[in-house]
Structure formats: C-alpha cells, structure tokens
Write a protein that binds this ligand. Sequence first.
Ligand code: ADP
Length: 397
Amino acid sequence: MVDFAIVLNAGSSSLKFSLYKRMDTGTWGLEARGQIDGIGTSPRFTASDGAGNGLADDRLDGHVDARGALDALAAWLRSRYQGSSVVGVGHRVVHGGARYPRPTIVTPEVLEDLRQLVPLAPLHQPYNLAAIDAVIERLPGVPQVACFDTSFHRGQPAVAEVVPLPRELCRGGVQRYGFHGLSYEYIASVLPTAAPEIARGRVIVAHLGSGASLCAMNDGKSVDSTLGFTALDGLCMGTRPGSIDPGVILYLFQGLGLSASEVETVLYKKSGLLGVSGISNDMRVLLGSSAPGARLAVDYFVYRAAKEIGALAAVLGGIDGLVFTAGIGENSTEIRKRICEASAWLGIELDEAANDRHGPRISRSGSRVSAWMIPTNEELIIARHTGVLLGLLQTRV
Ligand code: ADP
C-alpha cells in the first residue's frame, strides 16, 4: 500500500492542498498540489503533479462552499489514489495564540484551545479548524498537525509584542503576535540559496496578497512585523484597513451606532482596497481601472507599504535587502516598481528589466540595498513540520 501525507491550507475562498508520497527510499516526494479557488463565487479545481504537469482543471458547481470544497477534494483524492493510506495531515492554522508558539499535534484539547481564538481571526481560523474537523470525521485516527502563522514571530523582542493598554486588560493574551509566519519561515529557509548575500543580514520581507504584511528579519529571524494581535494591523489589505486610528472604531460604535458584528464586518470584509476604491479588492482589477477610487486605493497601498518599510528599517537600523512575495508581490511588476521607487531613499535601485522578468533579483548590481522577488510556499513548511512531528522522516522536496 502507498503512504501519503496531505497538507491543507483552508481559507474562506480557497482550499490549497499538497500531497506527499512515501518513496521506496523512505523519503517523501511531492505527488500533487492544487487548489479550489473562487469558493462561494465561481469555484474551480486545479491540480498538477510534482513536476508541474496539469492533472485537473474543472469548474465546480457554483453552490460549493468551504465544506463542499473539502468534499470535492476528498472525492478527487479517493478516485485517483484509491487503496492508498493517509498517514498524516498537516494544516495551516492562522492563530496559535500565546499557548502554541510551535506547530503541534492536534488533540481534542488543542482543538478546543484553537476554537477560543476564532474571534481573533474570524476570516481564517473557522475555515482552518473546519478542515481539521472534516479530517477527524472522514479519517478518524489519522494524526493531524496544526502549523501556525504566529509561530515564526515568537522570540521577537518584548517591545515588539507590547500592546500598550492597562496590564490587567492584557492578561488574557492581548499582545502583538504577527501573522504570515509560514510564508516568512519559507522565505527565511530559502534565502541562503536564493539570495545568499542578504541571508544573514537585515531583511524586510513584504508578503503582499489578499492579506498583506511586512516582516523585519535579522539573520533569518523575525524581530518585528506589521500585523499584531489580529490580522487587521499594518498595511492596507484587500478588504482589511491595516492600521487606523482606534478612535475611528469608537466612532463607529458611539457615533454611528454600529453593532459589534457590523464593525467586525466593516473591518474584515469591507475596508482596505475594496473600501477605498469602492470597486474591488483585487489588485489586478484596480491596476486596470482608471477610476479615481481605484487610483487612490493603489496609491494608498503603495504609500502605506513604503511608510511601514521605513518604520521597520528603523527597527533594524537600516536594511540590506527587500524581498517581495505572495500574490501581488510575486505577480505585479507595477506594485514592486512603485514600492521600490518610494523606498529609493534606503538605497534601493530597481533594475526595471529584471523586475519585468520577475527577478529573482530585481535591483541593479550596484544597488546598496538589494531587492528580490521570491515565490512563497507555505505548504512546504507545513509538510516539513508535519513530517518532523509525526516522525515521518525527511519530507523530500
Ligand atoms: P491569499 O493567499 O491571501 O488569498 P494571494 O497571495 O493568493 O492571497 O494573493 C491574492 C491577490 O494577489 C489577489 O487578490 C490579487 O489582487 C493579487 N494578484 C494576483 N496576480 C496579480 C497580478 N498579476 N497583478 C496584481 N495583483 C495580482
């Protein structure tokens, strides 16, 4: 019988997966990876094999929700890999809170703890945990590992974790956690080969996707990041505002009389690029539009990123490199160009031709601070942790 390990990254509008197969040598090889995206609007299932050859590209029924996406993936896996055994499942879980500074094997107690964190990450945590529940139902007894977006940031200096409210209010775990840690951990792991001259230095990584943040790294370790207690802080995001004056939130309650759940919806689903533009949360749509709202939203996205890069450069005492990753960071030459130009004062000189070719190095050879585009791979980091925690030996990649 062939052994497989599965990695799941379940979100509200997409379900990403990777499938690893135990080879005769005892190592693990990537067998397939893919995603169901457009969940809730126009779901589409795509998958490719370890070499990148297409295995599936199907439109799914428009009514497929997050649960339906897991069912569709299970059906595809069953039909394609019938008779195989699943020896472990690794999950992306956005929030590990103060209790889980490292990836952990899922037990009923762990799951209960993680459910308590749903209000701190309402856009992600429920979907991450629903995927764990679905595996418990379908594959009872198969060990599961939760890998947290908060873990990579643990070990930051105390000042970077402070939320400066009265101590008694912070006792229940009110501190800055930071997110996108699986992505940053991947980037840190490949810097020594992808960008050796900056790997031991002071680096800002810009994870720019629907969610967006920056991480300040020194010698591959996180020293600060722009996301905090929740994934609402810092940069302007697709539907989240990033940092705003907390007085605005008070005004939403006291001045406009909004309820807590209405404010939550405003902050998580209606703000950021969507709120400012009034058009879309998708950077591609905004870059292709000449509407004033779209232009302002893109201008604000770049402005905010450049401003926070300056702040993290101060934290690091200067920088040696800037790395772009995630959907916008990997694909948008325009946004990378504009952020690099706005950060030219730091010593970044963009190489436009290299930027148009998507790098990996996108700065000129003489540039005092180098800039890079490195695609992220959160699933690979989850696979590694899952392999180690479940004793599945080296997960080959
Ligand atoms: P997440 O995993 O947080 O859902 P991704 O990292 O996949 O997000 O990034 C998704 C975003 O990337 C999309 O919302 C879109 O705005 C942006 N994006 C993808 N391709 C491009 C592109 N070619 N130009 C600009 N933005 C892009």
